[in-house]
Design a protein around this ligand. Sequence first.
Ligand code: DC
Length: 428
Amino acid sequence: MSENIRVAIDGPSGAGKSTLARSVAARLNFLYVDTGAIYRTIGYAVWRKGIDPRDRSAVVAVLPDLEICLTYGTDGLQHMELNGMDVTAEIRLPEVSRYASLVSAYPEVRAYLLEMQRQLARENSVVMDGRDIGTVVLPDAEVKVFLTASAEERARRRMLELEERGTPEPYAAILRAIQERDWNDTHRDAAPLRQAEDAVLLDTTALDFVQSEDAAAHYPGEDGTMSEKRPLNGFFVCIYYLVNLVAGILHPVTIIGRENLPEHGALLCPNHNSNWDPVLVALKVPVNYRLHIMAKKELFCNKVFDWVLRKLGAFPVDRGEGDIEAVKTALKAIKSGDNLLIFPEGTRVEHEGALPAKGGVAVIGIRSGAQFVPVYVEGNKRLFRRTRIIFGQAYRPEATSRRPSPEEVQAIADEVLRRSYALGKEAR
Ligand code: DC
């Protein structure tokens, strides 16, 4: 059995597949395969030869003459070669898009390319984007995403992109071309574009990656070097909404008191009763809330988890030891104006009082000058049952010095935990 991992991302043109796929592949060190580029290469060959793309037998007849190669340049980018010539730039011509869409409808063309795509996934861990990856090319892919957005939104994005490149086109013409390609891709008999049953649907109509990235630029760290920031990039925004969607179905949550969250320098301190707590709290603060999460190091057990968790702003703590590195990371985060989620009990507990709060939360809070925010997360998270997360009033603990006695540290940690549970009692 192959140990390679396959991530399939399908969806209509212009939904942001390649941006997402490229970013995921780069971070996981997987091979990014843009299958649209392969179809475009055939479209280009047909165009160059002056063949009518609607003439199926003429298109099919040309296939044996084509030698298509996919190479990766020193820039790490996928290059397409057609009979020994690099055609990476040429296949992006608008006319070639139309040709690619038409020739990709022919079963002979699809069959011709199928083995090539599967071979790449046998030899490498891949993030492959296209139209039929999750349904036909890699039906057993470990991860399947169907990324889409309305035709109008995709046309709007494309218009802005063309304007930036200095080659503007009218919106109406762009929209028409997108609608035409959508129609071709979804109405052909051979491997039409559709969502695989086991794919996660991600509709990005309401998300604007460019705006998100701009917003991120306004939150530089103190020295700009923090690597574990909750990153407000396209990938993070996708994951945030994607996981929110899934978690929202499994565990619907009523949020109370979100207005209590200070914008900067807050230490969010929830009680901890289930594995879902960190995920739910992290998801229920706004997407642009600069949140770091102190999480047990066991969760960072493999490359994928490690990467995803760090992307979501988490960093590891060794709970057995006094983990100085984790404390330093936490202090740095708060001092740079970000916020931190930390569970005072340090591990899951059944009920209040089962474990005292750990002193670490108080040490971090006092040394960083953070505002403490008690948070109550309702327990007994049975699937599909609504639970509540309550954010309490922020406050600053009164400490006699920046290095208080162990007793004072314990009292401060106990107090925030007491306030967290009190929120639950008040709400009953
Ligand atoms: O993703 P793209 O726009 O570069 O793709 C070009 C064309 O290729 C598109 O019209 C649909 C087709 N295509 C396909 O039929 N199957 C794929 N897996 C990828 C692309």
